[in-house]
Design a protein around this ligand. Structure first.
Ligand code: CP
Ligand code: NVA
Length: 302
């Protein structure tokens, strides 16, 4: 997400909106005819896998699912060799993995575009879809307040950067010790200086939720942190998105969650299953946001 300028982000969201409208109007554009996306997954996925694969098919191309376990990556083949070899076959790569460094190593060694499909540090495709969803419903992004409640994790990081690029007010409320990465916060604040955005990192969830246009939360235990689950359940107990917290937001607030969700932990069923919740539309928009990214990166890549 940090590689985008505010203008590029706006263009991607516009393109996503156009592609979505054309698809819904029955047009079938094939700008990626004959192109292939290789998708490396070293963590589980439902939405990312299916939306990327469907997106490639809808654009006239195809996608290959490469599970970390079944490829030679699972037996220790270096990511640098893998990047070079796969670049001989495919026109683009997507990777979902643990260490962000691994995705960067793939990008540095590949000669085709590489998309981050989630690392421990960032989840930029999610943030693209999130902003597309907010823009569709609210009509604009600039000046809106997004309250992120919970863990200062990959989803929070990409939202901080994306929100800053879009001129939003992003208020992140996290338990002490679970703050977002300092470099990411600094980068978001630097971007905010140019866009008029505001970036606040707080410990008080009610303060963050006050007058929010969007309340956003994610799981308390991300993939790879399973051993910390018990401790996290306790540490995050006061950070549940429930009716008491939502009462602080604007009356027409949207509830968002990247999914998968745990009802009764980070959010109550009364909120995620309420009329404020846009989580299904948000998940659906992964398809359209990523199609814009794929066209942008791959239609001119070769
Ligand atoms: N939100 C998201 O990335 O979902 P998956 O883990 O199912 O891909
Ligand atoms: N923060 C979560 C997001 C899942 C889509 C994780 O990394 O597991």
């Amino acid at each position: 997400m940090r590689e985008l300028t505010p203008g590029q982000l706006a263009d991607l969201l516009d393109l996503a909106g156009e592609l979505k409208a054309r698809r819904q109007a029955g047009y079938s554009d094939l700008p990626l005819k004959g192109k292939v996306l290789g998708m490396i997954f070293e963590k589980n996925s439902t939405r990312t896998r299916v939306s990327f694969e469907t997106g490639m098919l809808q654009l006239g191309g195809s996608a290959i699912f490469l599970s970390g376990q079944d490829t030679q990556l699972g037996r220790g083949e270096p990511i640098s060799d893998t990047a070079q070899v796969l670049s001989e076959y495919v026109d683009g790569l997507m990777i979902r993995t643990h260490e962000h460094k691994r995705a960067q190593a793939l990008a540095e060694n590949a000669s085709v575009p590489v998309i981050n499909g989630l690392t421990d540090l960032e989840h930029p495709c999610q943030a693209l879809a999130d902003l597309l969803t907010i823009k569709e419903i609210k009509g604009e992004l600039n000046g809106l307040k997004l309250a992120y409640i919970g863990d200062g994790n990959n989803v929070a990081h990409s939202l901080l950067i994306a929100g800053a690029l879009a001129g939003m007010q992003v208020s992140c409320a996290v338990p002490p010790g679970y703050e977002p990465n300092k470099e990411v916060v600094e980068a978001a604040r630097k971007i905010a200086q140019g866009t008029g955005a505001q970036v606040d990192i707080l410990n008080d969830p009610l303060e963050a939720a006050k007058n929010a246009d969007v309340i956003y939360c994610d799981v308390w235990t991300s993939m790879g942190q399973e051993l910390e689950n018990e401790k996290r359940l306790k540490d995050f107990a006061a950070y549940q998105v429930n009716e008491k917290l939502a009462a602080y937001a604007k009356q027409d607030y949207l509830f968002m969650h990247c999914l998968p969700a745990h009802r009764g932990e980070e959010v109550t069923a009364s909120i995620i299953d309420s009329e404020h919740s846009v989580v299904i539309k948000q998940a659906g928009n992964r398809l359209h946001a990523q199609k814009a990214l794929l066209v942008d990166l791959m239609a001119t890549a070769r």
